[in-house]
Design a protein around this ligand. Structure first.
Ligand SMILES: NC(=O)c1ccc[n+]([C@@H]2O[C@H](COP(=O)([O-])OP(=O)(O)OC[C@H]3O[C@@H](n4cnc5c(N)ncnc54)[C@H](OP(=O)(O)O)[C@@H]3O)[C@@H](O)[C@H]2O)c1
Length: 238
């Protein structure tokens, strides 16, 4: 990839571009007109190989990967895996995926929960766990954060301080990403902008549509690879 900002450079390794992982990074890919889903309602068709290189790198650089329950419910999110080169650079097994859910309405037989090399974690509230029709099954592990509703701040604290995942990555979807940014819990937004205008019809989900209020951002770096723009924005911390 090449760096356009701050100082132009070519032949940049994505690992070096993103190695300075903050406490909580949000990483998402979207079309140039702001859709985070392709025509099939998933993300694979958006950014191509260049996006996947950065996606895999962000995963390898993090302690845990947060996703919203609706993303898990698509059934297309597999357990985190690491390619041999990234496993060697990371120096250990993949980061766990952490599914955040208010409802616990999830299919615990998905490979995401049953076949993860590093067991998948589920963040929910005390009330949701107590009243769940089908509570999470081992090997998935539960983190209770909040009594009546999920307390994202408490969840982040538990992941960082109790479980030792100092660097967290939220991969979306937009609802969870917007909640973390809106609560002032995210330090950085890594937005990968694919060279496509998708028209925003039914089935397209808009990036960070649920933010609900302005959040000032500061451009930290800009990269390009195969037409995809990789933007790093710094976010204000609450
Ligand atoms: N382009 C990309 O980079 C990217 C990345 C990921 C996903 N996606 C796409 O995005 C779509 C899903 O996005 P989405 O915005 O609809 O859903 P989402 O953010 O994946 O999940 C929303 C769900 O997460 C839980 N949640 C979110 N915020 C919460 C909070 N503050 N407290 C407690 N729980 C919270 C709730 O789970 P419960 O419903 O269980 O209560 C909520 O319904 C999918 O189509 C997926 O393919 C795109």
């Amino acid at each position: 990839m090449r760096r356009l900002l701050p100082e132009p450079a070519s032949g940049v390794d994505p690992w070096d571009a993103y190695a300075d992982a903050p406490a909580l990074r949000v990483g998402m890919v979207m079309s140039a007109d702001g859709s985070v889903t392709d025509a099939e309602g998933w993300t694979d068709g958006l950014g191509g190989a260049a996006d996947f290189r950065v996606f895999r790198t962000l995963r390898a650089l993090t302690g845990a990967i947060l996703v919203g329950a609706a993303t898990a419910r698509t059934g297309r999110l597999g357990p985190a895996r690491l390619r041999p080169d990234l496993r060697e650079r990371r120096g250990g097994p993949p980061a766990p995926i952490v599914v955040v859910s208010r409802s616990l309405d999830l299919d615990w037989t998905l490979p995401l929960f049953t076949a993860a090399e590093t067991p998948t974690l589920v963040v929910t509230s005390k009330a949701a766990l107590a009243s769940a029709a089908a509570p999470p099954l081992p090997p998935a592990r539960v983190i209770v954060a909040g009594d009546d509703d999920v307390d994202l701040r408490a969840a982040v604290r538990t992941l960082r301080e109790d479980l030792g995942h100092r660097h967290l990555l939220c991969e979306g979807g937009p609802t969870l990403a917007a909640a973390l940014i809106g609560a002032g819990l995210a330090d950085e937004l890594c937005l990968n902008v694919a060279p496509a205008l998708l028209g925003g019809g039914p089935g397209h989900t808009r990036a960070l549509g649920g933010l609900g209020a302005e959040v000032p951002v500061r451009l930290a770096a800009l990269y390009e690879d195969e037409g995809v723009l990789f933007v790093r924005y710094l976010l204000p911390r609450a």
